[in-house]
Design a protein around this ligand. Structure first.
Ligand SMILES: *Cc1c(COP(=O)(O)O)cnc(C)c1O
Length: 383
């Protein structure tokens, strides 16, 4: 057994990252300013999008986007239940109704067919999720949406560096990325709204800072009038330059990070073929480049003779950390009690919600760490 605990994720922070943050701390300007602007530019260059707005989190981006699109009471938003709770919470907070689309059983990806079943005359928005680092089948989803004039905003929290049909996620349409510490790059906390729709970008930029036309850096340093006016009531979701400096420094290594993630993931796949009780996710059938945000497996509970929760606890006792991405949203307390959802409504989502488990995966892990995880899994299952 390992003598040191292996977490399921850990950010990769170098001395260069630290120096970049210290430089900002010493500069006299630590909130939104030149570093945030540069981070937005570099991000656009990388994903190939027309414009990007740096934010305090991806959740903030979801909130601003729902507000900007005018989503409210009487509106329905289609999204999977197999996702992080933040999107769905904000749909509810906006007074709108989340409509949950089921996922493919073996990729955890929301499909065009399941979205189609959820469409009604009240559908106002579709939020697909690119799961674990692979992309959703956007061609089909966009076709459904375009035919009906419904906007699509992609949850790209797992998809920095992901490609769909030879094109990076974020390049076209509107998408929201996250820089939470477990994501493929981090800013501590942070998010990025990307779009090829200039008027939506302008609106998000204004709404993220009180609804003013300009931010504090523009007012104080660019010779503009300090008496900026509220053009509409907005929120305060700007990214600080402390965070942006870390993001800029991390961005330089995104391809290195993703290559390392891939190498570890392929090693997991290879070694887990020996374990009948473990079912990794499948790759989608269409052409993709995987960003390997997570390495998710399903415990075949019947064969294993134990629950997923016990399996995770047993691994923890052997110094192996795991994650759960995600416990389906529609079967969480609030949703069951207040939103009229019920067990049995989304078979593939629920089947996976009971069986999935994310194994350790982060760029500084080694091949020996992967072997330790697989050995611990075998030991747990042999007992
Ligand atoms: C992490 C995550 C988010 C939220 O990102 P934050 O930056 O923490 O707000 C949204 N959706 C998915 C699928 C995520 O994994």
């Amino acid at each position: 057994m390992r003598d040191r605990f292996l977490p399921f994720s850990r950010p990769s922070i170098t001395e260069e990252d630290i120096a970049a943050v210290i430089e900002v701390l010493r500069s006299g300007w630590i909130t939104t300013g030149p570093k945030s602007a540069e981070f937005e530019r570099k991000f656009c260059e990388y994903v190939g999008c027309k414009g990007a707005v740096a934010l305090s989190s991806a959740t903030a981006g979801m909130h601003l986007m729902l507000h900007a699109l005018g989503i409210g009471p009487g509106d329905e938003v289609i999204t999977p239940s197999m996702t992080w709770v933040s999107t769905v919470n904000h749909i509810v907070l906006a007074g709108a109704t989340p409509v949950f689309a089921d996922i493919d059983r073996d990729t955890l990806m929301v499909s065009g067919e399941s979205i189609k079943e959820c469409l009604t005359p009240r559908t106002r928005l579709i939020v697909p999720v690119h799961f674990a680092g692979a992309p959703a089948h956007m061609e089909v989803i966009l076709q459904l949406a375009d035919d009906r004039g419904i906007p699509v905003v992609e949850d790209a929290a797992h998809a920095l560096g992901t490609e769909y049909m030879g094109e990076r996620i974020g390049r076209s349409g509107s998408s929201i990325f996250s820089f939470h510490p477990i994501k493929n790059i981090t800013t501590g906390e942070g998010g990025m709204f990307c779009s090829d729709d200039q008027s939506l970008l302008d609106r998000i930029r204004r709404l993220k800072f009180h609804g003013l036309g300009v931010d504090a850096y523009d007012r104080n340093t660019q010779g503009r009038s300090p008496q900026a006016e509220v053009l509409e009531p907005g929120y305060k979701y700007n990214m600080t330059d402390i965070s942006a400096a870390l993001g800029l420094s991390q961005m330089k290594r995104i391809d290195v990070f993703n290559r390392k993630r891939k190498q570890l993931a392929l090693q997991y796949r290879e070694r887990l073929q020996e374990v009948d009780e473990i079912l990794p996710l499948s790759d989608p059938f269409y052409p993709i480049k995987h960003a390997w945000h997570l390495f998710i497996v399903r415990l075949v509970t019947g064969r294993a003779g134990m629950s997923r929760d016990d399996f995770m606890a047993e691994l923890e006792e052997r110094n192996i950390g795991t994650g759960l991405h995600f416990r389906a949203v529609h079967i969480q307390k609030y949703y069951l009690e207040r939103m009229g959802t019920h067990l049995g409504m989304l078979p593939n989502t629920e089947w996976n919600s009971d069986r999935i488990c994310s194994l350790p995966l982060f760029p500084e892990m080694t091949g020996e760490d992967v072997d330790d995880v697989v050995d611990a899994i075998k030991e747990v299952l042999r007992r």
